[in-house]
Design a protein around this ligand. Sequence first.
Ligand code: G6P
Length: 489
Amino acid sequence: ERLDGRTFSRQRLLVVANRLPVSAIRRGEDSWSLEISAGGLVSALLGVKEFEARWIGWAGVNVPDEIGQKALTKALAEKRCIPVFLDEDIVHQYYNGYCNNILWPLFHYLGLPQEDRLATTRSFQSQFAAYIKANQMFADVVNKHYKDGDVVWCHDYHLMFLPKCLKEYNSDMKVGWFLHTPFPSSEIHRTLPSRSDLLRAVLAADLVGFHTYDYARHFVSACTRILGFEGTPEGVEDQGRLTRVAAFPIGIDSERFIRALEIHPVQVHIKELQETFAGRKVMLGVDRLDMIKGIPQKLLAFEKFLEENSDWRGKVVLLQIAVPTRTDVPEYQRLTSQVHEIVGRINGRFGTLTAVPIHHLDRSLDFPALCALYAVTDVALVTSLRDGMNLVSYEFVACQDLKKGVLILSEFAGAAQSLGAGAILVNPWNITEVANAIARALNMSPEEREKRHWHNFTHVTTHTAQEWAETFVSELNDTVVEAQLRIKQ
Ligand code: G6P
């Protein structure tokens, strides 16, 4: 209701992301079941409630037949989701190839894959062509569902071409783009063969957002150095047209986690875990099984800690939840074997007939089990080599108001900028430093834990996903109004 008494309908938000918040599993010719998808993007956007939002994205499966597509479209409509159907070849070249074998490692400072650097340019070029084609397919679906006045919010490295495709359809569309990964130094971005095309395509948006000021600064530098455009305090300018660039640090729906701790199934889980690990301190890692998460480095640091602190052996357990992801990409397959090998070695070295130091699970947990695990943890280890933000650290803090456990956090995660004062910050590449941080966390006084927790808890509960989305969308609305005024002047 407005002050002048007229009612107005909520603004429609079209959220466009490669992955829908639910992934589909086929149960029969025309029957589907839907499961919540993994990852920070989904976890944050599930906390956004204020808008009349529709999701447009890929449901994670290949559905070649019309009957299946119709049935899935109907099932998704109940969740306000609209599918984009990608065939196997596109998924292979666009998702496994260009997105997850090229852009993802590059944006996390792991460089371009060797084969591509050695100029198998044919595969690079065909993957890039598939990337553009996939972005165009997303644009077609958005355009079909778009109504005047809608806000279109594009997400992540999968859809850097989308702003350009959308503006070609309709230059009046309000288009924002947000990156959930780091944007790397312009020196790294420069190595990418399609560096200019990608930047230009993103700049077609009205507003471009990043988690941290540093990522925004890297992006502006890339535009000035690679394209020769002008960087201004507001963003990037080219021939009088401004693309606004700013930082919008993401958050979680902290209430959802805090409330979950009160519900019966979570309390049952908590009790079970407390009984199972009675007499031992619990350390926890929750990551997608991804090279950027630094899981091998974390395990090596834990091994070093056990080597050097024999009195802690048998008194501490590391629970590592490693959610399988992108399993068709060879690099991820290699990582899985490597992690298994290290876990086996450490358990062989330090295990006894009755207990092992590491419990490693290659799967995700449901929400109640995850909350319970966060709640019983004494020390969480988030040691990403690079990470856009890392919301596991936020979720852990939200569930720790009773226990006041310690967060060991990589200085290369975006979250280090917001939770740095409460966490123990580490360089995940420095195994000795992380091993020492583990010892420090386990021995920390209750007073210091309380102080650190209070700092982080205040941040996590006051910088929520909801607020993040509202800020981005209102900034997008303002940016468009300002641009229209500039044109009229
Ligand atoms: C990260 C990305 C998301 C992605 C998620 C899961 O959080 O920023 O865009 O959805 O990982 O990865 P997946 O490849 O399974 O969608």
